[in-house]
Write a protein that binds this ligand. Structure first.
Ligand SMILES: NC(=O)c1ccc[n+]([C@@H]2O[C@H](COP(=O)([O-])OP(=O)(O)OC[C@H]3O[C@@H](n4cnc5c(N)ncnc54)[C@H](OP(=O)(O)O)[C@@H]3O)[C@@H](O)[C@H]2O)c1
Length: 345
């Protein structure tokens, strides 16, 4: 591991200098060299292997996110790393171990110093790109399915943006939990050809038509939960597809438009509408016990090869501007990822 430490002289860090969407990305974001800080007894120095670019990162760069740091800030919510060095009080992690930083903000860097309690060990022989995507979207899908409504095996759930990373995880986790799922995508090419399941292509232009399509699939059985990543009229279509007392959980704002839901569905059919943000869910003391079970469950399911997300492309950290522009485009096959300097092909 001496070997890791000598390389770090060139450790880089990404910095967001401005969140003004009128300014080109190339002028808003820079890479600079980072100085190495000494370690406190309960801290760990980690070297980033791969990092994910999330819609949350893009929202934050455009001053539209729930947590908005002041500039300059180091972006990045998830990735996977290798342990480089441990503080004097740490006995259960060792140089070379692979770890996920959880709840650590600012991971688009070659090296970080983090508290031991923010790291979860993961197998060193598993797919590193899959591990780089494990912290946010799989946990979101898991909590949405397990802890937002009392869903029993065999009941129906409907989700939009079903080809997104959250959507892919929801599909695999619903199968694992024996939940019936209807997947809505906005373009036919986004229907996963390697999977069975129930798919609808809906571009959102006629919100009233989705309900009939959903009922055809369920044959009138109860649809208890709708998972909405889009907002705007997509919320209206999803709410209308639910059975009376069904729960609509709005967890994404992909359309950027305010959710419109018919008063008829709210008043006469008692549709329950809730917003969801994983960060709030984890920090709510009421969820403390459930929260402890989320990552062990996901790491176990991933180890059984039952949880995989698609990758569109992996970029060198030095190509950050190109990577960000690419990740903001529609019609992708999967996630755009970044390579840290400790990535080992
Ligand atoms: N609340 C939370 O705690 C939480 C946690 C994680 C993620 N999220 C949210 O979940 C959503 C999905 O995240 P992700 O990382 O899984 O996304 P992703 O993998 O980057 O996929 C993006 C998806 O959005 C679709 N899309 C983009 N713009 C759209 C629009 N205007 N109308 C309809 N669909 C649109 C894309 O469809 P095409 O393939 O057709 O372009 C694709 O399915 C995001 O909104 C994200 O912020 C929320």
């Amino acid at each position: 591991m001496e070997h890791f430490l000598t390389e770090s002289q060139n450790a880089r860090i990404v910095e967001v200098l401005s969140c003004d969407p009128q300014v080109p990305v190339s002028e808003r974001i820079r890479i600079r060299q980072d100085a190495r800080m000494p370690l406190a007894p309960k801290e760990v120095r980690i070297g980033m292997l791969a990092m994910n670019i999330l819609p949350a990162d893009l929202l934050q760069m455009n001053r539209q996110y729930g947590h908005q740091p002041s500039v300059p800030y180091v972006p990045g919510h998830e990735g996977v790393a290798v342990v480089l060095e441990t503080g004097s009080e740490i006995t259960d992690l060792h140089e070379g171990d692979r770890v996920l930083p959880i709840g650590v903000f600012g991971v688009w860097a070659d090296e970080l110093v983090v508290q031991r309690r923010s790291l979860i060990a993961v197998p060193s022989n598993s797919d590193v790109l899959q591990q780089a995507m494990l912290a946010a979207n799989p946990a979101t899908a898991w909590v949405l399915l397990k802890h937002q409504a009392d869903i029993q095996p065999g009941q129906w759930v409907v989700q939009n943006a079903a080809n997104s990373a959250v959507g892919q995880c929801t599909r695999q986790l619903a199968a694992h939990l024996n939940i019936n799922l209807i997947n809505i995508v906005r373009r036919p090419e986004a229907v996963a050809s390697d999977e069975s399941g129930h798919w609808l292509v809906d571009d959102g232009k006629e919100p009233d038509s989705l309900k009939a399509e959903v009922q055809k699939i369920t044959r009138g059985e109860t649809v208890v939960l709708g998972l909405d990543a889009i907002g705007g009229v997509a919320s209206q279509a999803l709410a209308a597809s639910l059975s009376p007392q069904g729960r609509l959980v709005l967890y994404g704002l992909l359309s950027g438009a305010p959710s419109s839901i018919s008063a008829h569905d709210l008043v006469f059919r008692n549709i329950q509408v809730h917003g969801f943000w994983l960060a709030n869910w984890f920090s709510d003391p009421e969820n403390k016990q459930k929260a402890k079970t989320v990552y062990p469950a996901l790491i176990e399911i991933a180890a059984q090869n039952k949880l995989r997300m698609n990758v569109e492309k992996i970029y060198e950290l030095s190509d950050i501007h190109e990577a960000i522009v690419h990740s903001a485009q529609g019609g992708k096959q999967g996630k755009v990822l970044l390579k840290g300097m400790y990535f080992d092909e």
